[in-house]
Design a protein around this ligand. Structure first.
Ligand SMILES: Cc1cc2nc3c(=O)[nH]c(=O)nc-3n(C[C@H](O)[C@H](O)[C@H](O)COP(=O)(O)OP(=O)(O)OC[C@H]3O[C@@H](n4cnc5c(N)ncnc54)[C@H](O)[C@@H]3O)c2cc1C
Length: 460
């Protein structure tokens, strides 16, 4: 039976504000189909927009009864909130919210609430939490997939903030997942949470703004620009700076050609957490290299990502290629620059691509519980932003990205390889490290989603 013929039955049980879009030429359908990346983007049989938790539950129950495959979409920043004409998208855009409970220092996130909305609401109440650097990223999927935050040494990862969740299971049941009711499922949701069900609500831990190390609730952000010809001396200074845990420095060493001039350069995009008056001292070695540009200022934490808003634009072929690393290999970094130059020479449409090395000088704070999140010992990441416009360059750009991984991993054996969870390309044991962790997650998957309604991850 076609999906279209089954939709009236679904419409009959949903509340009136919900929408079901099926006309591919309708401007609303086109708008809701847009994603951050066009990689693997498919056209679904329908886009269904619930307005409440109970609508979400009814959609999953209907899909389960009618054997209609589906995916959820919150902020639309992944390659996975897409499905072909045999399935539907449960688009949570019309169901969202964030409520702060100042007494308990917690917040409840609902549906498709975005990172920036969470940051702003928390700051108004005198709090912040372990959010990442994409204002338009869906906050719930970010927390569920691990959540590399702006403040790892103070807060840990996003997943470490999860206190409880409402989850709709493959059978369409609504489960309140707490430490008391379902400790094992909570373990899984903290880092591998996109694979067990539809999470309608998350309760997360918040931190008072003064925990940022200043009374203003600010974080310091700066950038230092160097010509590529100075890469060797910059790499040598950065090696020491990134290993100096007296200061909470963090950021990206980026190889890119920014608009409008498109002149290839190294941009070191930095953050400093603590009293902002110490930031110039923390980055003294970079200032002493006399960069082409050096600027920095402290800003309210909820505004820390605003300068990168252009990165959140939808469309084109984009991907964050992220792997965890155990060290900064200077030689490999210098060879990565040559690789980036070859890539943009061979694929000029990939000029927006940036090969980035990410660091945190201090390790992430470890929570006092075990979870699916296994990257607390990883301070370094190769964090490439792949961005091209011509579909014909797809394979070639991926090939260069893989080569850059191979360079940065050249001192590692396969057993040391670490992948960052929101990506799903490599084997699961690189994302969820340790035999016991994998066994627990696979057992959870067999218990809660044995037929792979919410992807086949952890089933193979
Ligand atoms: C510009 C940019 C910046 C980023 N910055 C960071 C960062 O700083 N730190 C970091 O850790 N990551 C970062 N990411 C990665 C991002 O956190 C993940 O890709 C995240 O999963 C995207 O969530 P989304 O809601 O925007 O995407 P979507 O594509 O809507 O959803 C992502 C996945 O989660 C599933 N999903 C959606 N809603 C739900 C739900 N309610 N319950 C269960 N599953 C659901 C979807 O089906 C899909 O598989 C960034 C990504 C981009 C593009």
């Amino acid at each position: 039976m076609s999906i279209i013929s089954q939709l009236p039955e679904l419409k009959a049980v949903l509340t009136p504000g919900c929408q079901i879009l099926t006309d591919h030429n309708d401007t609303k359908f086109v708008e809701y189909l847009k994603r951050w990346t066009d990689i693997n983007l498919k056209v679904p049989g329908a886009i269904v927009l619930p307005t409440s938790e109970s609508d979400c539950q009814k959609i999953v129950q209907w899909a389960s009864k009618s054997s209609v495959p589906f995916v959820m979409k919150s902020g639309g920043h992944s390659e996975y909130s897409t499905i072909g004409s045999n399935g539907i998208i449960i688009d949570l855009s019309l169901y969202k919210g964030v409520e702060v409970d100042a007494d308990s220092g917690t917040a409840t996130l609902k549906g498709s609430i975005l990172t920036k909305d969470v940051a702003t609401t928390l700051a108004k109440a005198g709090y912040f939490t372990a959010l990442g650097n994409g204002n338009t990223v869906g906050a719930i999927p970010y927390f569920l997939a691990g959540g590399a935050s702006l403040t790892p040494s103070i807060t840990g990862f996003g997943a470490d903030q999860i206190l409880s969740a409402h989850l709709i299971t493959a059978k369409g049941e609504l489960v309140n997942v707490t430490e008391e009711s379902h400790p094992e499922l909570l373990y899984g949701l903290r880092g591998a949470g996109q694979f067990f069900g539809l999470v309608t609500q998350l309760v997360i831990k918040c931190h008072p703004l003064h925990a940022l190390g200043n009374d203003q609730g600010t974080i310091w952000a700066g950038s230092f620009v160097f010509p590529l010809s100075r890469a060797q001396e910059v790499a040598s200074v950065m090696k020491n700076l990134m290993d100096d845990d007296r200061h909470a420095t963090a950021g990206l060493i980026m190889i890119l050609a920014p608009p409008p001039a498109r002149k290839p350069c190294l941009v070191i995009a930095t953050k400093y957490t603590g009293d902002p008056k110490h930031a110039p001292e923390a980055y003294k070695a970079l200032y002493e290299l006399h960069p082409l540009v050096a600027n920095g200022a402290s800003m309210p934490i909820q505004n820390a990502n605003d300068a990168q808003d252009a990165l959140g634009a939808k469309g084109d072929f984009k991907r964050f290629g992220i792997i965890g690393l155990h060290r900064f290999n200077q030689d490999a970094f210098l060879k990565t620059i040559e690789l980036w130059e070859e890539l943009v020479a061979e694929c000029p449409d990939a000029i927006n691509t940036a090969f980035n090395f990410k660091w945190d000088s201090k390790p992430a704070k470890k929570p006092d519980f075990d979870s699916a999140m296994s990257l607390h010992d990883v301070r370094y990441f190769q964090n490439n932003l792949i961005w091209h416009t011509d579909a014909k360059s797809r394979a070639k750009v991926d090939e260069y990205n893989d080569k850059s991984y191979a360079l940065m991993r050249s001192e590692d054996t396969e057993a040391d390889f670490v992948d960052f969870p929101p990506g799903r390309a490599g084997p699961v044991h690189r994302r969820y490290r340790g035999g016991e962790r994998i066994a627990r997650l696979k057992s959870l998957k067999r218990e809660w989603d044995p037929t792979g309604v919410f992807t086949s991850e952890l089933l193979e």
